[in-house]
Design a protein around this ligand. Structure first.
Ligand code: ADP
Ligand code: MG
Length: 500
């Protein structure tokens, strides 16, 4: 079981230098995976600010900026974090999340010997040739190797119990996919096999896939349901080759599987050996009248790099598409998600979200989570004005045309100063602090480099900039009201930039 402890025994303060590098590599790779799986709102709000501290004896110590931040990740995203870390290093790594004060309170302990977890290279070369030498292959974990204890919410068969049909809101946009999925779950292998669900990113394909597995298992617990992504299929196949475990690989998917759920089949494009294996598995299951369900972001014949014979087979059953939800469905989804978070939102806030976050359900959910986090922090219901303020920097980030001049203008106005004070050499406390705030905004909103910021703010060197940014981070950690001041300033920069 992944133990999350209040404070870490494996003190990062005491960790050897190279364990920090190992931790950074592992966390960065896990974050890359999470960026694909989570909403941008969630990723940027909760994962981007995590700092890797150490990786010692299979314990990854990460630091969150605040205790609130740490608790939120632990309460809401530990499954995702554990799964992504397990995917990167292929073994059970315990994750300790601390926040700054945890470490400061503790005294250093004796140095520990570093036993870094094995980190698997990000891209695994696909086996174009089955005779490829096994020692040349980087082996990622197969899905079945992920210990169920690493994923506490995932029941047997890797199914995420929160992705049930009950939790799925259906409306005109996804009615066909939903109806097909429920039918397959109720009568597997009889009507639509394969069922091919396709649609854009974040529209509920994975959710429906899990829901099929959960419902089918609920109705008939003896059914063998296997869920995995096509990426995991490839990894698992490579592992079977390396370990010369073909028989057990084939047995697992061809003989002891009643329902095979494969997510994101487009990942097989261009990976000939894995495709070939999947082709034969498909034939075998199809002949035995087993149920196959596949999801994709494209229609079968539009997946270039997928063999034609596979494209044809994937079109044999039912193809159902999932379209972006209409506003009414978006509002209904928000109600459902808010209920699950056990946080009350006013109707105008939910309408505002539904009207402004239209790209995908994942982003919609992410925006709601961001508001929920703020509401938990302040222990007050979020108003419409606050929602606009909180989401403005993120909603506008992609289109933001702010400049450092705009940042200085807004920050100077806020602190009742002149722009020239910020970029000049004045050393009064108020000016120095406002300058540090402006530097932090240039970093977070404009992604300016340290030397660039230094040049703008009076020719300061990058170490001065770094120490300014650290001071602002520290202030954010220690002062909740400063966090909301910063949000307000960022929001003003966003608003004035978009109206300029
Ligand atoms: P996809 O696989 O299509 O990229 P996901 O299934 O991962 O998308 O969905 C992204 C998030 O949005 C998940 O948290 C999922 O629960 C949620 N979601 C998507 N569609 C719906 C829906 N119709 N009702 C409830 N939640 C949904
Ligand atoms: Mg998906």
């Amino acid at each position: 079981m992944v133990a999350i402890k209040e404070t870490s025994e494996h003190l990062a303060l005491d960790a050897p230098e190279n364990s920090k590098d190992e931790a950074a590599e592992l966390l960065n790779k896990a974050r890359t995976i999470l960026k694909r799986r989570l909403s941008f709102f969630v990723w940027q709000g909760f994962f981007e600010p995590l700092t890797p501290l150490s990786l010692v004896d299979k314990v990854l110590v990460i630091q969150a900026p605040t205790s609130f931040h740490r608790n939120w990740v632990i309460d809401h995203y530990m499954n995702e974090l554990n799964a992504s870390v397990a995917e990167v290093c292929g073994e059970d790594v315990r994750i300790d999340i601390t926040f700054c004060n945890d470490l400061q309170k503790k005294l250093p302990t004796k140095k520990e010997k570093v036993k870094p977890a094995k980190i698997i290279p990000e891209k695994n070369a696909e086996l174009e040739n089955k005779n490829i030498k096994s020692e040349n292959i980087a082996i990622p974990p197969s899905p079945v190797r992920i210990d169920a204890t690493v994923l506490p919410l995932l029941s047997n068969t890797n199914l995420n119990t929160s992705y049930s049909f009950d939790a799925f809101v259906h409306g005109p946009s996804n009615q066909m996919g939903y109806a097909a999925a429920t039918s397959v779950a109720d009568y597997p292998g009889t009507q639509f096999s394969p069922l091919f669900l396709f649609g854009g990113v974040g529209l509920g394909k994975t959710h429906l896939l899990h829901a099929i597995g959960l419902r089918a298992k609920e109705k008939n617990p003896t059914l063998k349901v296997v869920y995995l992504s096509a990426e995991q299929w490839v990894n698992s196949y490579i592992q079977a080759i390396r370990e010369r475990q073909f028989d057990s690989f084939r047995n697992r998917y061809r003989n002891v599987c009643d329902i095979l759920l494969i997510d994101d089949i487009q990942f097989l494009a261009g990976k000939d050996a894995s495709q070939d294996e999947f082709f034969h598995t498909f034939n075998c299951l199809h002949e035995a009248k087993k149920q196959i369900v596949v999801t994709s972001d494209k229609y079968p014949h539009e997946i270039s790099g997928l063999e034609e014979r596979l494209q044809t087979r994937l079109s044999w059953g039912l193809i159902a598409d999932i379209k972006p939800p209409e506003i009414e469905t978006r509002i209904a989804i928000l109600h459902k998600k808010a209920e699950k978070l056990a946080i009350k939102f006013s109707d105008d806030v939910l309408h505002y979200l539904a009207a402004n976050v239209t790209s995908s359900v994942r982003e919609l959910e992410g925006a709601l989570v961001r508001l929920a986090a703020c509401s938990s922090l302040t222990k007050e219901a979020i108003t419409l004005a606050q929602s606009k303020e909180i989401l403005a920097p993120v909603l506008k980030k992609k289109t933001l045309v702010a400049s450092w001049q705009k940042v200085c203008e807004v920050v100077a106005t806020y602190y009742d100063l002149r722009t020239s004070d910020l970029i000049g050499q004045a050393r009064q406390r108020q000016v120095v602090f406002a300058r540090q705030v402006a530097m932090a905004c240039c970093r977070s909103l404009l992604s300016m480099s340290l030397p660039e910021i230094g040049r703008v703010f009076g020719g300061r060197d990058h170490s001065t900039v770094l120490s300014s940014l650290r001071k602002i981070e520290e202030q954010k950690r220690n002062d909740v009201s400063f966090q909301s001041i910063l949000l307000r300033i960022e929001s003003k920069i966003g608003t004035s930039a978009s109206s300029s």
